[in-house]
Design a binder for this molecule. Sequence first.
Ligand code: ZN
Length: 303
Amino acid sequence: MQFNDDADLDTSQVQDYRGSGGGGGGGFGFPLGGLALGGGGIGIVGLVLWLVISHFAGGGGSPNQLSGQPNNSTINQCKTGAQANTSQDCRDVALVNSIQAYWQDQFSRSGKTYRKATTIFFTNRQQTGCGTGTTGMGPFYCPADQHVYIDLSFFKELQTKFGATGGPFVEGYVLAHEYGHHVQNLLGTSKNIGKGSGATSGSVRLELQADCYAGVWANHATSTPASNGKPLITNVSQQDIANALDTASRIGDDFIQKNLGSGQVNSGSFTHGTSAQRQHWFTTGYQSGNPASCDTFNTNDLG
Ligand SMILES: [Zn+2]
């Protein structure tokens, strides 16, 4: 993946709370047995990329109660695509810009208004409109305050714990998945999906749709301009797509249960779909470039 050196970055879409939340006790707590996210049945490590929505939505979480103060002095130095080519902070700012520019355009073409969601960088733990977020939960979207929360150390974790190949484009896949949940929230898709888990549950369908939306963005990544009208991303390689699919294969419920959980695969507790399904829906979105191809709710064939 290559960013256009001359493209402008919009740092207002990211707030940097690293080091400002509750300290201590952070780090990756696998196994996360003690984390009390209602609903039960969530596999320990299945919390990775777990969508907080079904637990917290409507749960009285109050927005804008983040702990600590943002310190944006570092990310505010991210001005150009050239910096996105060399710095992870700037790359993730640029990716958030690209993902939201795509959805803004897509919404306006269908007569809808896209509301931008801020991404919050944090470390260890952070108070959110959905309760306390921790590093061990993996990145998540909170519908109550409409923020994406991420500890960037997750990307290292994908490689060291999950054995993923990694690479810069994987960050785009993960962020685009979380923004997929924001899109679902704006469109009202995430209402009434129910709390249950299981291979064909609403939760799995919602997660696979978010993967599909990530693929749709990937399709449009090189044709989506930055705020100054220049293309933000100039190249997405076959290797980039392969890296995203590799990651998808390592965060499927079956892979996680088999390799990072009990060793037994129990489809009754699936929340995100299998590795094959996650790859299938990312690919569906990537090949079609059309969000309408992501209707995981009205199909008997989840891949
Ligand atoms: Zn998700």
